[in-house]
Design a binder for this molecule. Structure first.
Ligand SMILES: NC(=O)c1ccc[n+]([C@@H]2O[C@H](COP(=O)([O-])OP(=O)(O)OC[C@H]3O[C@@H](n4cnc5c(N)ncnc54)[C@H](OP(=O)(O)O)[C@@H]3O)[C@@H](O)[C@H]2O)c1
Length: 338
């Protein structure tokens, strides 16, 4: 009998999550039945959306119930298979959650070829975050050569891919990131035209100076003070793919200060803005195959670079996840489990 070590949700956070919201435990797994496989997790992806799953608030996906294993994308090795399409020893992209082993239906798995790309990239640049950047930018951002794009969380998996794809399309990419080290990486390694530290006291002035022709695409990853600085700089007919609002994920109430909604709507009206939210799953059927093909080519041609922040050991997942919400990760945050 196989035992799975797993991290479960024991309480819902009030504001920022703490280690006390999680517990590590073990559970015995059944034998895989027909059409099922036994998986051993190799890598676990940690992503901002998991903060939403810890909350009971209604959202686009059901919350994790208290006592249940935290959800999450994984790369796993098949230890036993009860399905002819998957063999023992295959490496697959799965959704095993924060645990070392899982019995899962074979139907939801995607086989990976370890000779084509490092398998952990299936959780980052060649996985959900990379696809989010690709689909949100191309479908909603509608980039055109000569335009200017701004994206925050620019050293992370979504933002870094957004800026690099924009550059491939002939767009000036301006990144926003937390701290000088991340900004240097965004400029020098990723080739953004400029990178601005959102923690700098003169952040809004630096941003204005970096976009003398205004902003045509704001790929919204964070909201909060960054969005406040960006909106006045948007050009007529600018597009705003609303991808994430991480600045608000730990909020417990409305932001302080005056109501900014009338000003926000006023700008949408007078500047003819397109502000369109999306969840990447919307575009999977239509665009995932093209994404894998194009992104693999761009990586091979050194047009897209990526960085992984690998944490060793499942037991460190809670603190790594908590740190990501504060910007302590540098690159795609992945836990090496196996
Ligand atoms: N719509 C979808 O389908 C979809 C799919 C995937 C991801 N997303 C969203 O995309 C965004 C980026 O995700 P990711 O996986 O690429 O994350 P990530 O960059 O690896 O990590 C989040 C980053 O957000 C930044 N951040 C945190 N609080 C901030 C604040 N108050 N102001 C400005 N920046 C802040 C931090 O970077 P700095 O240190 O640089 O500030 C942190 O490292 C998230 O909002 C996520 O929820 C949406």
């Amino acid at each position: 009998m196989v035992e799975s070590t797993r991290i479960v949700l024991v309480s819902r956070p009030e504001g920022a999550p703490t280690p006390a919201n999680f517990r590590i435990e073990t559970a015995a797994l059944p034998e895989p039945g027909e059409g099922e496989v036994l998986l051993r997790t190799l890598y676990l992806s940690l992503d901002p959306y998991m903060r939403g799953r810890m909350s009971a608030a209604k959202s686009y996906a059901a919350p994790v119930e208290v006592g249940d294993v935290m959800v999450g994308g994984t790369v796993a090795e098949v230890l036993e298979s009860g399905d002819p399409s998957i063999a023992k020893g295959d490496v697959v992209q799965a959704y095993s959650g924060w645990q070392t082993h899982q019995v899962a239906p074979a139907s939801g798995l995607r086989k990976l070829d370890p000779d084509k790309a490092p398998i952990s990239t299936a959780l980052g640049v060649l996985g959900m975050p990379g696809f989010t950047a690709y689909s949100g930018l191309l479908k909603i951002g509608q980039p055109k050569a000569g335009e200017t794009l701004v994206v925050a969380a620019a050293s992370g998996p979504v933002g870094s891919a957004v800026g690099q794809i924009a550059r491939i399309k002939g767009v000036r990419a301006i990144g926003i990131a937390g701290g000088p080290e991340k900004c240097a990486y965004v400029r020098e390694e990723l080739g953004f035209e400029a990178a601005i530290d959102h923690r700098a006291t003169d952040f809004a002035d630096q941003l204005r100076a970096a976009v003398p022709d205004g902003i045509d695409i704001y790929f919204e990853n964070v909201g909060g003070a960054v969005a406040d600085a960006v909106y006045p700089l948007l050009n007529t007919y600018a597009r705003v793919p609303v991808c994430g609002l991480i600045a608000n994920y730990n909020a417990t109430g409305a932001p302080e200060g005056s109501d900014r909604l009338p000003g926000f709507y006023g700008r949408i009206l007078t500047k003819s803005l397109t502000v369109r939210g999306f969840i990447q799953t919307e575009f999977v059927r239509e665009m995932y195959k093209d994404f894998l093909h194009e992104m693999s080519g761009w990586i091979a041609d050194d047009l897209v670079r990526y960085r992984e922040d690998i944490v060793e050991g499942l037991e460190h997942a809670p603190e790594a996840f908590i740190g990501m919400l504060e910007g302590r990760n540098f690159g795609k945050l992945v836990v090496r489990v196996g």
